[in-house]
Design a protein around this ligand. Structure first.
Ligand code: DGJ
Length: 719
């Protein structure tokens, strides 16, 4: 008996609708956009979509289905590419089961009887956040093996009006840079073969209309939750139809499926808004907060960090660390993180990785004296690891030179003097778990900074097979096992800065190290890019040294501290070098962060559209009762005075008391500007009450400021 299933399913979000159709052949999205009411029937949508036959084109256009196929005659990029001994390459499935598990959760099974291939699509909408996840599973039910080259998590349609591409590019210490490209016929394609999420090809993409800006307009956002290799594609076909695909980039021969074996794609997260690019980000932030984060920033505030890296690098000694801990404590730090350099042989970056035993030459009594000292000062203790790596100069490598990923006889390309351990081998996995478990059991460690400092350039396993897919899954398993055994330990995802930031790793981690650049001006760009898909509480953001170690730029403490408030705050410098004035300012920012972190870590983000010389963001309480806004002047403004500063996201008729809370209000720290009432009788703005609409529609005249300085405003609703 033929199964009966619906012809259409409408996944209804708060402000968006996704309509799926299951007519003949494969399933497809027939509408994705602004929320539809009950007046609209699926049949209306089907009729409105009817396209005529055009000369020199197929009589019947192949569908832009969830998995587009060559077998169905689709001439855009196929959603699946595979081959076997028979005709598997021409796979073309039909829907043979639909399981709607809830109004927002649907599982669609598709079957190709001729080639014995099954495809299962799972779509789960978070209707509050208006973000859905979609993935695809391929199963080979045939008797001969199938070689899978590509399987997109889904093919999602994009309307012709959303013809602007916002992608992300970058490099070490310069991650998440926005890249604006106008859509063209053909494919915008980003491929990542670095074996980690990468600095340069962040797996996120936004398609939006020309008139869309930060605060209004239509936009479609896409993010692949995967920490290995990936391929992102936004294609416009000659027939005018456009779509986005995202999936794992598989090496030749990496995914061979024997009978009954399946491949599971990573999840693609997608969202539609008509509230502009900031609105789209708020939806992704809400999704992350509701679905991925295990750590509730509201239940336990995110502590202020001190990280030793840029303070002492590899120069560890117990007395110095205790001294740094005392100084950190005086500044209000709540968690002390001991970075690279604590384990045997690790005097520089040439040796030691893999030997996860405390160096008794430096720490004769183990880490206990340092940890006890830190704990007695009331701070938590965190420790750095780089589990996936090994230095050739290590006991581990000398004992097990075969435990690495490589492609002999090819020579390793060389990368920070280290090689990648093959986590797909049980003995490697078990060794790493034992080391982590033993240290976490022995010591009072609240936090792991989990680093990964090289690409996987030559990812061959012991059988010479490409292993990035299995390595990535093994990494997730290792993280999950450590978490399961030590549920209270938080884990930060770090990879030479921000090369491992994605929703896949976030299922197992609690914070992201955004970038190795602590340069405040660089950070403004990096943090802006990061904010498209990640909420503020995940964004590790540290006040760095006076002279940035990477750009060598010298910036005031006031400027450096101003950029960390809208993230998860920390500091990372040699605290012994701070002047008294710098300590006063840094402590003031720690206090501000503590005072406002509940708002920042649960608030609604508004990126401001300011002239080129400035950058700014707002963070507004969901009930609009309170808000914070930053204004950073990057270079001199073009006119005698900067423009009016327009606030965003406030309740128009609510009255707000406005306070300037940064820079600190004390003698020398307060900007010498007439608007601040030093030598003028201009009316005092600070502490006055304004309506939300006046602040948003007219805005506030900004003062003259020196380039590289910042202001932070606090608004509180008054009765
Ligand atoms: C790269 C990280 O991004 C840095 O913060 C630091 O932990 C170093 N690795 C240590 O080797």
């Amino acid at each position: 008996m033929n199964k009966v299933f619906p012809e259409f399913i409408h996944l209804q979000g708060k402000n968006s609708s996704l309509m799926l159709a299951f007519g003949q052949g494969a399933p497809q999205v027939i509408y994705w956009g602004k929320s539809l009411s009950k007046s609209t029937t699926p049949q209306m949508l089907t009729t409105l979509r009817i396209r005529q036959e055009v000369p020199a084109s197929p009589a019947r256009e192949a569908k832009r289905s969830l998995t587009t196929t060559t077998g169905e005659g689709f001439t855009g990029n196929p959603g699946i590419k595979l081959f076997g001994d028979d005709a598997q390459w021409a796979v073309a499935t039909v829907v043979n089961d639909i399981n709607q598990l809830s109004p927002h959760h649907v599982v669609i099974t598709n079957w190709d009887e001729a080639r014995k291939i099954a495809l299962v699509h799972t779509i789960i909408l978070d209707h509050q956040a208006d973000v859905f996840s979609v993935d695809t599973q391929v199963t080979n039910k045939g008797t001969s093996p199938v070689n899978l080259e590509w399987c997109t998590a889904a093919t999602l349609p994009v309307p012709a009006s959303a013809d602007q591409i916002l992608g992300f590019e970058g490099h070490w210490a310069g991650e998440f840079h926005e890249q604006h490209v106008k859509q063209f016929f053909g494919s915008y394609l980003r491929e990542n073969r670095r074996g980690r999420t990468s600095h340069d090809a962040f797996p996120g993409l936004i398609m939006h209309t020309k008139t869309c800006d930060q605060q209004q307009g239509e936009a479609y956002g896409f993010h692949l939750g995967w920490s290995g290799n990936h391929r992102l594609l936004s294609e416009k076909m000659a027939d005018g139809r456009a779509f986005v695909q995202m999936g794992e980039l598989l090496y030749p021969g990496e995914m061979s499926l024997t009978t009954n074996q399946s491949y599971q794609s990573p999840k693609l997260y997608a969202s539609y808004t008509n509230q502009g690019l900031s609105g789209l980000s708020r939806q992704f932030h809400q999704y992350v907060r509701r679905n991925l984060l295990k750590y509730s920033a509201l239940a336990k505030p995110r502590p202020v960090h001190y990280n030793t890296w840029e303070g002492i690098y590899f120069d560890h000694d117990v007395a110095t660390l205790k001294d740094l801990a005392n100084r950190a404590c005086e500044l209000g730090v709540e968690r002390f993180v001991l970075d690279d350099g604590w384990f045997i042989g690790r005097n520089d970056d040439k040796a030691g990785l893999g030997d996860w035993y405390v160096d008794e030459g430096i720490y004769p009594d183990g880490l206990t004296p340092v940890i006890d000292h830190v704990n007695q000062l009331g701070m938590e203790f965190g420790l750095w690891f780089e589990p996936e790596m090994v230095n050739p100069d290590s006991n581990l490598y000398r004992a097990h030179p075969d435990w690495i990923l490589s492609t002999p006889p090819n020579q390793d390309v060389g990368f920070r003097n280290q090689l990648v351990l093959d986590l797909t081998r049980d003995e490697v996995f078990d060794y790493l778990f034992e080391r982590l478990d033993s240290l976490l059991s022995e010591y009072n460690i609240a936090y792991i900074k989990w680093d990964m400092n090289r690409d996987i350039n030559q990812p061959g396993d012991q059988h010479f097979k490409p292993a990035v897919h299995r390595q990535t899954r093994a990494l997730y398993r290792l993280l999950a096992k450590v978490k399961a055994s030590h549920p209270n330990v938080e884990i930060e995802s770090c990879s030479s800065g921000g090369a491992r930031a994605d929703y896949g790793v976030l299922e197992h981690t609690d914070r992201v190290w955004t970038s190795d650049s602590n340069d405040a001006l660089e950070r403004l760009k990096i943090q802006k890019g990061f904010s498209y898909f990640f909420p503020a509480e995940l964004m590790g953001s540290h006040v760095g040294p006076r002279d940035c170690h990477i750009t060598h730029r010298n910036l005031s403490m006031s400027m450096r501290a101003s950029v960390v408030l809208f993230g998860h705050m920390g500091m990372e410098m040699d605290l012994r070098e701070l002047t008294d004035d710098e300590k006063v300012e840094l402590k003031a920012m720690v206090d501000l962060y503590k005072q406002h972190r509940a708002l920042i870590h649960s608030g609604d983000l508004y990126r401001l559209s300011l002239p080129d010389y400035a950058m700014g963001v707002g963070m507004i309480a969901p009930d609009k009762s309170e808000a914070l806004f930053s204004y950073s002047l990057i270079r001199s403004h073009t006119a005698g005075l900067p423009d009016q500063f327009k606030f965003e996201g406030l309740a128009p008729e609510t009255l707000y008391k406005l306070h300037i809370i940064w820079p600190i209000r004390a003698g020398d720290f307060w900007p010498k500007s007439s608007i601040f009432n030093f030598d003028t009788n201009l009316p005092e703005m600070d502490g006055q009450v304004f309506s939300g609409e006046a602040l948003m529609n007219l805005g506030k005249q900004l003062p003259r400021l020196a380039p590289n300085s910042a202001l932070i405003y606090h608004l509180v609703a008054v009765e």
